[in-house]
Design a binder for this molecule. Structure first.
Ligand code: ASP
Length: 440
């Protein structure tokens, strides 16, 4: 019988009653043997996630603001003690809080502090389910450079085989220096994936507050279709472009082992959810596009020079300028005598764009160099596009009818995506036009 690893996100751990509902889901299926949890998230609009409170706590401690520290820690304590009250039995929360407080005050560090939401939540879930708590530091390891260490999976297999069932806190592991280290925000999804890979699960269930992966952001198109099945590659493209149901790095651990992911809704467990699988199979359906997503805040630097195509090393010289500044690019569309670089505005703050332009002028002496600074990238993603003639014609016709001016086009050679660059202000119109063309 296969093993299922279940990861419950912040909204699924937000209060005692939701935790009890999550426990019921776990207990309804004996294959659900390993559980990974996030820290309690928001219970209502305007609420504060426990992880944010913990970061505030760490800031207060670092700046020596004792009053702010006490107040914030008190809020965290109340959150966890309320959960214990709602669950209705003594789960040892006060004792755990006392240890955490002492450790923070003895300088355990920012990542330690931020990770305690997951730690306490996992302790609670383990007590509710009456299964062992296994700390993530026992097997989730980082390298000196802060990347996930390959030894994690073998270590995870070794540690977890001692426990037929276990609850593990998400979001952190142990650094090469032996200290608690967290992933980037939302990293509990990566932890779930690590556990799934370690125990070679047959399924990684990611329980959240939506019934799957939507074909488009529901804030942009109302009630978009829920995707029944998509591939890791499609997911990666869509989540990189801002569709944020899952952390974009969370597929890597399960991908190499081909373990499917299911996105499920803790508040509607009967919904089928979305399956994320390794390979695309042409099931004969008429799906051309799997999803569309967009992200604002990019700039395009375009260089023009006659006979550029014959000038060996031109692109290398341009790229060496951004490499020197530690900048990576998103896309590099090129023509015979032109090339463009699409760069995230995060890299271009405080006059950095002007510096790059000067250095590129110096490096390759272009005839012309100019920029578009408020660009959004919109990705239309789907393996089905490759087998359907006329997909791009439909897409660009829809954009022209919606009055959207396209500044850049880039199509990946695998025909998995078509990316367009449009003005930031046209981003939503662009997404709506593409969605309506392919899904209505
Ligand atoms: N609690 C962490 C965060 O808020 C990690 C997670 O929820 O996955 O980012």
């Amino acid at each position: 019988m296969g093993i299922k690893v279940c990861k419950f996100g912040g909204t699924s751990m937000a209060d005692g009653n939701i935790i009890l509902a999550a426990a019921k889901i776990i207990e309804a299926d004996e294959q659900r043997r390993y559980v990974v949890v996030s820290a309690p998230g928001k219970r209502f609009g305007g609420d504060i996630k426990v992880t944010d409170l913990l970061y505030a706590c760490s800031d207060a401690y670092e700046s020596g603001d004792e009053k702010a520290f006490q107040e914030t820690f008190e809020k965290i304590s109340v959150r966890f003690l309320n959960i214990e009250t709602e669950i209705g039995r003594n789960l040892g929360v006060q004792e755990s809080l006392d240890v955490v407080r002492k450790e923070i005050l003895s300088g355990a560090g920012r990542d330690y502090c931020a990770s305690r939401g997951e730690y306490l939540a996992a302790k609670i879930m383990a007590a509710v389910l009456n299964v062992p708590f296994v700390d993530a530091t026992e097997f989730v390891r980082f390298t000196k450079d802060g990347a996930l260490s390959e030894e994690t999976f073998a270590l995870g297999a070794e540690v977890l085989k001692k426990y037929p069932r276990a609850v593990i806190p998400g979001f952190y592991g142990l650094s090469a220096e032996g200290k608690v280290k967290t992933f980037s925000r939302g990293g509990g999804d990566i932890s779930g994936s690590i556990v799934a890979r370690s125990v070679m699960a047959s399924l990684y269930e990611n329980w959240t507050d939506v019934s799957g992966f939507y074909a488009c952001d529901p804030r942009i198109v109302s009630s978009p279709k829920c995707i029944v099945k998509l591939t890791y590659q499609e997911l990666r493209e869509l989540s990189y472009m801002g569709a944020n149901v899952l952390h974009s790095e969370s597929i890597f651990p399960v991908r190499s082992a081909g373990i499917p992911i299911r996105i499920c809704n803790t508040f509607r467990p009967e919904d089928p959810g979305t399956y994320i699988v390794k390979d695309w199979t042409d099931d004969g359906g008429d799906t051309v596009v799997t999803g569309v997503a967009g992200k604002k805040g990019f700039s395009i630097i375009t260089l023009e020079k006659s006979l550029m195509n014959g000038e060996i090393g031109f692109v290398e010289k341009v790229l060496s300028v951004i490499v020197k500044h530690g900048i990576s690019f998103e896309h590099l569309p090129s023509g015979i005598d032109t090339m463009s670089l699409v760069i995230d505005n995060e890299y271009l703050k405080d006059g950095q764009l002007a510096v790059l332009i000067e250095e590129m002028k110096e490096a390759v002496k272009p005839d012309k160099i100019y920029t578009h600074e408020n660009i959004a990238l919109v990705a239309t993603v789907g393996h089905g596009m490759a087998k359907n003639v006329g997909t791009s014609a439909r897409l660009f016709k829809a954009l022209s009818e919606a009055g959207v001016n396209v500044n850049m086009i880039d199509q990946g050679s695998s025909e998995l995506n078509i990316i367009v660059g449009v003005e930031n202000e046209d981003c939503n119109t662009c997404i709506q036009a593409i969605y309506h063309e392919f899904f209505d």
